[in-house]
Design a protein around this ligand. Structure first.
Ligand code: AKG
Ligand code: FE2
Length: 196
């Protein structure tokens, strides 16, 4: 999967907006998301057709997870958007945000196409692709517990996961989270399981 990701990167297919025809982000988008990785939106079928069999496998695996999670959650979840993102060192981070965006808050004028269905997102699944990650490269995924504002914050409200190759994280798409500044090449393959 990492070899396929490097190939896409070397072909210039990863861009801040995820849209190869729109290499620059609008000012509003930057304001919304902060300093950013570069990314592309994939379909497992298209990846297979392009000979990117690792990413096709990864996409199929994550799609299958949505089906399995449906059983656990007792409601139907279907594979939504599949995203390959690269945080290419130099302190690239992703400020605190939620992946679920209520329909009313979506601004189609200023957000890329692939955010159009963000209101359907229920579970985020992320597979990390770096075999050789180490603490000094930073880049932890940091999850924040949601508490009523009146509660006293507790240390366990924050959980960090290092992006070790082969690690998979699953979380509710409305959970606040961020990526801490990254000082190495960090690829992440994300699938959003949508409400059917
Ligand atoms: O790469 C990660 O660990 C998280 C990325 C993320 O939050 C996102 O793409 O929405
Ligand atoms: Fe996110």
């Amino acid at each position: 999967m990492r070899a396929d990701s490097l190939k896409l990167h070397s072909q210039g297919r990863l861009t801040p907006s995820g849209d190869p025809d729109e290499p620059q982000l609008s000012e509003q988008y930057k304001k919304y998301l902060g300093s950013l990785p570069v990314l592309t939106i994939l379909s497992p079928q298209q990846a297979a057709d392009d000979g990117l069999l690792g990413l096709a496998y990864g996409g199929a695996f994550l799609s299958g997870l949505c089906a399995q999670l449906s059983e656990l959650a007792g409601k139907r979840l279907v594979p939504g958007t599949l995203q390959l993102a690269l945080y290419d060192g130099e302190g690239v981070a992703y400020q605190i945000h939620e992946d679920y965006v209520p329909k009313a808050d979506y601004d189609p004028e200023n957000l890329p196409e692939h955010h159009r269905e963000s209101y359907k997102r229920r579970v985020t699944a992320i597979l990390y692709l770096q075999d050789d990650w180490s603490e000094e490269l930073g880049g932890a995924f940091r999850a924040h517990a949601v508490r009523p504002k009146t509660d006293t914050p507790k240390p366990e409200d924050v959980i960090e996961v290092m992006p070790e190759g082969g690690s998979l994280i699953l979380f509710r798409s409305d959970m606040p989270h961020e990526v801490l500044p990254t000082y190495g090449q960090r690829f992440a393959l994300s699938m959003w399981c949508h409400a059917a």
